[in-house]
Design a protein around this ligand. Structure first.
Ligand code: KIV
Ligand code: ZN
Length: 518
């Protein structure tokens, strides 16, 4: 779809997606099993080469998510993370074993800082443990990755020794992480070049990099590494991840595609799915990208100044180095109207990444779509995405909104009347607040008996115009667990109530999950 014949001749850079593992380590980004599975399906459509699905030994929930993906997703390598010990590796394998060419990804730090202060072991002990772990993993699968954690701050000759030994022990990919996001591009590229020159058997493995973004250089460092010979990049959608995040996959992929004149490599990523994937990650995690974010920010292809607009009208390439269509951006185009039929909807839904909906799911989406199209003049992809997320990537609804009436104004005491279905039983109440949203939230809190605390509330408009849908995101905390909730509706008070209830439903779901897993 994206790459022509010339591209096929270029050397390939493998894309290892770690949105579900390192991305999920981003504070507040936890995803449930269903959400992870949905995202994994989307990653397959994007044609990533490897999906790192989780860290199975970390929790029963993580184990189950990895197993679910390995058991049911085909056409991609599924990887699982394991520290360098037998228990982690055995657990990773147990979760992965039914997958297509599954990969065990084991790691151990090589830097003196980590060896002395965290691991309390000598370099020789580290080397021995790394080799033993890779050997153990290689008994299960021929697809073993070894990561030298904090490699960029390690003695480079020592990393070369470790890589040589682990490759001899069976590692087929060796990964050089910039764990703390400390490296600078020239320096990082030079380190990879040194590694390629000074590790005797390096040609027997794929050299990978994994960059964090603490100095905002993760993408630049990854590109420098590719120039120096690295052929796998570990990345996440939207750059999600610990602290300042990981390498943003969409940025690396589009940089390689746009500047193939400078870096003569290709990826297999179907770039037309980038926009939908970015939206899906934002919606699932509740972590939105900033408007000026490269490639997927709302303004990434917006031209505000008159001079730019004039240039664009005369010739798009005056101010645009990429075609928005290449990332699947159709925003601004009216996609469907109220007279559109089920078939047209099904086709549109497919392009947004939801191509295996059941008839029942499609019916639900169609019903919601028609309802919205009746009150909203124009329907855009973003409207449809909001419905899909609500209807498809949904969690069980312990609390369901049946009706909401709100009264407000500059001379009125804001009041809300709320009717909910709580586990099959109708309950209702009314209450006051400082504004209509506050009164709705207070009434919902009373009806559900929640003890949670609202940490964050944000409302935005999905598309332009006063008839646009309002999209609300809330972050709610209960007993140390933080969840997000989302809701969309042309009425922002209803959207807010939906978002709040979505968060409360997630809390109930989390509690039930924890109880059932002991
Ligand atoms: O940042 C890091 O070093 C990691 C490793 C586990 C690859 O995430
Ligand atoms: Zn990392």
């Amino acid at each position: 779809m994206t790459n022509g014949n010339v591209a096929a001749e270029r050397e390939k850079v493998f894309i290892f997606d770690t949105t579900l593992r390192d991305g999920e380590q981003s504070p507040g980004a936890s995803m449930n099993m269903q959400e992870k599975f949905r995202l994994a399906q989307q990653l397959v459509k994007l044609q990533v080469d490897v999906i790192e699905a989780g860290f199975p030994v970390a929790s029963v929930g993580d184990f189950d998510c990895v197993k679910n993906i390995a058991d049911n997703i085909t056409g991609v390598q599924v990887a699982a993370l394991a520290r360098a010990n037998q228990k982690d590796i055995d657990t990773a394998w147990e979760a992965l074993k039914k997958g297509d060419n599954p990969r065990i990804h084991t790691f151990l730090a090589t830097s003196d800082i980590h060896l002395q202060h965290k691991l309390r072991m000598s370099r020789e002990q580290m080397l021995e443990l790394a080799v033993a772990s890779v050997r153990h993993a290689a008994k299960y699968t021929a697809n073993v990755e070894f990561s030298a954690e904090d490699a960029s701050r390690s003695d480079l000759d020592f990393v070369c020794r470790v890589f040589e030994a682990v490759i001899a022990a069976g590692a087929t990919t060796v990964n050089f992480p910039d764990t703390t996001g400390y490296a600078l591009p020239d320096e990082f590229g030079a380190k990879i070049a040194y590694l390629m020159e000074n590790t005797a058997n390096i040609h027997k493995a794929v050299v990978s990099v994994h960059c964090h973004n603490d100095l905002g250089l993760a993408v630049a460092n990854s590109l420098a590494a590719i120039k120096a010979g690295a052929r796998q990049v570990e990345a996440t959608i939207n750059g999600l991840g610990e602290r300042a995040g990981n390498t943003a996959m969409e940025e690396v992929v589009m940089a390689l595609r746009t500047r193939a004149d400078q870096i003569n490599v290709r990826t297999d990523i179907v770039t037309e799915y980038i926009h939908a994937s970015s939206r899906m990650v934002s919606s699932i995690t509740g972590i939105m990208v900033q408007p000026n974010k490269a490639i997927v920010g709302a303004n990434a292809f917006a031209h505000e100044s008159g001079i730019h607009q004039d240039g664009m009208l005369k010739e798009r390439t005056t101010y645009e180095i990429m075609n928005p269509c290449d990332i699947g951006l159709t925003s601004g185009n009216l996609v469907l109207g109220k007279h559109s039929g089920r078939h047209a909807l099904k086709e549109r839904v497919k392009t947004l990444g939801y191509d295996n909906l059941t008839d029942e799911e499609l019916n639900r989406v169609f019903h919601r779509f028609k309802g919205l199209a009746d009150v909203k003049k124009e329907m855009f992809d973003e409207d449809l995405e909001a419905i899909l997320l609500d209807e498809i990537v949904r969690i069980p609804e312990t609390y369901q909104l049946l009706s909401l009436g709100a009264m407000s104004g500059n001379k009125t005491m804001p009041t809300s009347a709320v009717k909910l279905l709580v586990e099959g039983k109708e309950v209702q109440d009314a209450g006051l607040g400082v504004g209509p949203i506050d009164s709705a939230f207070r009434t919902i809190a009373k009806l559900t008996g929640t003890t949670s605390k609202l940490l964050y509330f944000a409302v935005s408009s999905i598309t332009g115009g006063t008839d646009a849908q309002g999209e609300v995101m809330v972050r709610v905390e209960d007993e140390g667990k933080i969840v997000i909730g989302q809701g969309a509706d042309p009425d922002i008070i209803t959207a807010s109530a939906k978002a709040y209830l979505n968060a409360l439903n997630r809390l109930v779901y989390l509690k039930k999950e924890r109880i059932s897993k002991g």
